[in-house]
Design a protein around this ligand. Structure first.
Ligand SMILES: Nc1ncnc2c1ncn2[C@@H]1O[C@H](COP(=O)(O)OP(=O)(O)OP(=O)(O)O)[C@@H](O)[C@H]1O
Ligand SMILES: [Mg+2]
Length: 327
């Protein structure tokens, strides 16, 4: 563990979206459904899970982009769950977001200098025009962009460079915490490592804490200190990264790991090979009891009747399964 200071404390967070179904009836999408965990200062906490499991919604809820349906979020000990505009602004500065798609997240009509400068302006971080220009130049240099290109527009850059612009914009406001939502998924495989290196370098220099969302368990393994596995809006497992790969305890995690190659034959032998059948159920009508039970090869009657507790098995290895250690 990098540090034992809790930066973010999330308790029983629920984020439901109200929609109308095909028949025009009101329904609610339980995108995040009762999630409790901490993020420690300086760590990178990975978040994995299939498409639709609620990763992005959880990241955005923590940043207070939505009004929470229920639950509580504390940042550095301060309850920010119900803060409004003025009071929330300082926390908006401390918590930033890096998007998956650098193409869509940058305004095509703004130059790089405008994009980074805007972030400085919102939080009044430049004392003069010269200071603003200096800061923009330093930021571009820091993330590995050519400072002579500051008057260019996003379309004049490659995907990797655009993601560097996104990183510069996020760190411009001197945040403490950044949600990196699939920051390399849209990029060429060949440049993913470079962007991840830049993120790691920024983390070290600026003492940042990351929530790192990814589909790719391979990327998460090397980037994250701990990893949380989400299924249908909640955590099924959360533990230090190496331990997750060596000793996955939840059948869903085991299934996700089955899908990635394990170079070490000894480790591969130890793994339960579980092939996931079917699709993730709808978060409008999730299964009763354990939400994973409809796809779990080990499910018993109890699993449909009782929600399994998300419990520490020792050493901070959290699992939500009635049969942990027995399968
Ligand atoms: N604004 C919204 N209104 C209604 N439903 C939403 C909204 N945002 C997300 N959802 C639903 O909430 C669920 C979780 O979505 P979310 O985008 O958080 O998943 P994800 O794990 O990030 O998926 P992906 O890996 O595809 O990015 C999905 O069923 C999605 O359709
Ligand atoms: Mg997402």
């Amino acid at each position: 563990m990098v540090n034992s200071e809790v930066l973010l404390e999330v308790n029983n967070l629920k984020q439901y979206f109200h929609i109308r179904n095909n028949l025009g009836e009101k329904a609610s999408v339980k995108a995040v459904d009762d999630v409790t965990f901490n993020i420690y200062r300086g760590e990178t906490l990975g978040l994995v899970g299939e498409s639709g499991s609620g990763k992005t919604t959880l990241g955005r809820s923590i940043l207070r982009i939505y009004d929470l349906t229920d639950g509580r979020i504390k940042f550095s000990g301060v309850d920010i769950t119900k803060l409004r505009k003025d009071k929330l602004l300082p926390y908006r500065k401390k918590m930033q977001y890096i998007f998956q798609d650098p193409y869509a997240s940058l305004d095509p009509r703004m130059t790089v200098s405008d994009i980074v400068g805007e972030a400085l302006d919102i939080h009044k971080l430049a004392s003069s025009k010269k200071d603003r220009e200096d800061k923009i130049r330093d930021l571009l240099k820091l993330v590995g962009l050519n400072t002579e290109h500051s008057s260019r527009y996003p379309h004049e850059f490659s995907g990797g460079q655009r993601q560097r612009i996104g990183i510069a914009r996020a760190i411009a406001v001197e945040p403490e915490f950044i949600v990196c939502d699939e920051p390399v998924s849209a990029l060429d495989v060949s440049i993913r490592a470079q962007i991840i290196n830049t993120l790691e370098e920024m983390q070290e220099r600026l003492n940042l804490t990351y929530l790192f969302i990814s589909h790719d368990l391979g990327v998460v393994r090397h980037t994250c200190d701990r990893v949380g596995v989400m299924y249908l809006g909640h955590f099924v497992e959360l533990v230090e990264s190496e331990e997750l790969y060596k000793n996955p305890l939840h059948p869903y995690t085991q299934a996700l790991l089955t899908a990635i190659p394990e170079p070490n034959p000894e480790m591969a032998k130890k793994r339960n090979r579980i092939i996931l059948k079917g699709e993730i159920p709808s978060p409008v009508n999730p299964p009763s009891g354990c939400k994973f039970r409809t796809r779990c090869p080990f499910a018993k009657d109890l699993c449909s009747q009782q929600i399994p507790e998300f419990k520490d098995q020792g050493n901070g290895h959290y699992v939500a399964c009635h049969f942990t250690g027995k399968i």
